[in-house]
Design a protein around this ligand. Structure first.
Ligand code: NAG
Ligand code: NAG
Ligand code: NAG
Ligand code: NAG
Ligand code: NAG
Ligand code: NAG
Ligand code: NAG
Ligand code: NAG
Ligand code: NAG
Length: 436
């Protein structure tokens, strides 16, 4: 299946049309303006619903930043059956990645009333909510959605579980932390790029992590339950010693037709930026790397090269040395309303905080300078904690709306579950771009 998409891609590179049209004003995208600190008019909003596939529980779900043929496309990390199984004691263990669709309407996500227990069952996670955004098709694929490199040096088994078949010293795990970026939509299909860190958990030095590029293809004539095909394009596309660009976030910039890709060191010490023309994303030679003297270069920096650090204040280390992998995330996007590039995500993870701290940082350019992150809302912890706060730019049908979800890890009757509350925030009118 992949080869068809690959072939199509190669044959059609000259006539590619780009993913969904921009709603962005056509003012110059790289214009310098004063940075501002936007706020929400409803920072204390209650969740509008829960994101759920009633047959499974998932954590750390992100969505592609533009709709894929009219729907939101999810990638999640840990995924398991939703029974009374505890996520900490499940055997066999959890699938490390899964994918799903959600329906959209003309006013945003398709929020439906939660059906009676007799119809849907598994009420453990829905009882606090009146509405749900369904993820479908139901269930998940054994082995996970993002394939391991079979026969290579990646540890692999049917559940994608490094702990079961693989010695701890060889385990290499894959977690999607960032969405698949829709890069092209030729001939009734959507092509997406996914950048995945490959981590050796016995040696998580910043320069021991390699980054694989996956190719996703979705045929718009497929039935509603078919997920995009996914295949490895190249293992170690960004090799050990480089940043895993795209795994900390990315912007499909329809103004200059570049894909901007953010990478962060495993210990969160620095964040760097690369870009590639949207139709060249498979070609490593077309990538350019940003240096903080204000230049783009074809020379790929080492993760310890201070000149590549954007010096953005995105996720703060919760505890020095605690890796970002489990707790990070956040979303880079362009806000038409604010008139700025925005990073919105969780700045603090500590359980002793009063809740899940979500911060915002803005910039006139993808490369900064980024403002110091300001706290913008405090979401309730799960029971006991919450993480992976992310924005879903593609769900906004109104530039002022900001749809956000996170993982509230809950313990109920001595059983641990993942839940995904969904919020609808609105930028305050004082956050509006002077151009609006
Ligand atoms: C999604 O929308 C389609 C119609 O486009 C509908 O048939 C389907 O039932 C919806 N699925 C869910 C899970 O809401
Ligand atoms: C917890 O257990 C009690 C007693 O078995 C039961 O009544 C209650 O519904 C359970 N709560 C949840 C959220 O499952
Ligand atoms: C429901 O809300 C209560 C009170 O805030 C919380 O303790 C519990 O974890 C929530 N349960 C779920 C499944 O979200
Ligand atoms: C993981 O790291 C350990 C320690 O550096 C090393 O012995 C092992 O070979 C590595 N595994 C893989 C698959 O690279
Ligand atoms: C998409 O599916 C339709 C119907 O099966 C088929 O005719 C078409 O060739 C497919 N397109 C691609 C790009 O695979
Ligand atoms: C949808 O298409 C897939 C193949 O892509 C097929 O396996 C499945 O049976 C189809 N489902 C329906 C409801 O037609
Ligand atoms: C910017 O920094 C890079 C990396 O250190 C260096 O190679 C390049 O020459 C510098 N360019 C300018 C104009 O200073
Ligand atoms: C992160 O790793 C770099 C080396 O890559 C090191 O210089 C820095 O001190 C580390 N930072 C933290 C917070 O551990
Ligand atoms: C944001 O909240 C955190 C945690 O509560 C606090 O430590 C930090 O000082 C706040 N940041 C700002 C800029 O107010």
């Amino acid at each position: 299946m992949l080869s068809l998409f690959k072939l199509l891609f190669i044959l059609s590179t000259g006539t590619i049309t780009f993913a969904s049209p921009s709603r962005r004003p056509v003012d110059p995208p790289l214009l310098k303006r004063d940075n501002i600190n936007p706020s929400f008019s409803n920072p204390n909003a209650e969740p509008v619903g829960i994101v759920i596939d009633p047959t499974v529980q998932r954590d750390s779900c992100v969505t592609s930043p533009t709709l894929v043929n009219g729907r939101s496309f999810w990638l999640c990390r840990d995924t398991d059956k939703l029974t009374n199984e505890d996520i900490t004691t499940i055997n066999p263990f959890i699938v490390h990645s899964s994918a799903a669709w959600s329906n959209m309407t003309s006013s945003g996500p398709e929020l439906l009333p939660i059906p009676p227990a007799s119809q849907q069952g598994n009420t453990q996670l829905t009882y606090n909510y009146t509405s749900q955004l369904l993820q479908y098709p139901p269930g998940y694929t054994k082995g996970g959605y993002v394939p391991y490199v079979v026969g290579g040096d990646e540890c692999s088994n049917t559940f994608g579980d490094p702990g079961t078949d693989c010695a701890p010293t060889t385990e290499v795990i894959i977690y999607p932390n960032s969405p698949a970026y829709p890069v092209a939509s030729p001939s009734g299909s959507t092509f997406m790029a996914l950048y995945e860190p490959i981590i050796n958990t016995t040696n998580t030095a910043n320069d021991n992590i390699e980054c694989s590029l996956y190719f996703l293809g979705y045929n718009h004539s497929s039935n509603l339950t078919t997920l995009p095909t996914i295949s490895l394009w190249k293992e170690a596309f960004f090799p050990k010693g480089a940043y895993c660009y795209g795994s900390y976030g990315g912007i499909v910039n329809e103004v200059d037709n570049y894909l901007y890709l953010y990478g962060q060191t495993y210990n969160r010490s620095s964040t760097a930026l690369a870009r590639v023309p949207l139709n060249e994303y498979l070609n490593i030679n077309e990538y350019q790397y940003y240096y903080n003297n204000g230049t783009w270069s074809n020379v790929q920096p080492h993760v310890d090269d201070a000149d590549a650090n954007l010096n953005g204040q995105f996720v703060q280390p919760a505890t020095p040395g605690v890796p970002a992998q489990g707790y990070g995330q956040g979303t880079f996007f362009y806000s038409d309303y604010v008139g700025r590039y925005v990073w919105l995500g969780q700045t603090h993870f500590e359980q002793w905080e009063p809740g899940v701290q979500v911060g915002v940082s803005t910039s006139a350019n993808p490369y900064g300078p980024w403002t110091a992150a300001q706290n913008i809302t405090l979401l309730p912890h799960g029971n006991p904690f919450g993480y992976s706060s992310v924005v879903h730019p593609e769900m906004s049908t109104n530039d002022q709306d900001v749809w956000l979800s996170y993982t509230a890890y809950v313990r109920l009757n001595d059983t641990n579950y993942y839940t995904q509350p969904l919020y609808k925030f609105e930028w305050s009118s004082s956050s509006a771009s002077p151009g609006l």
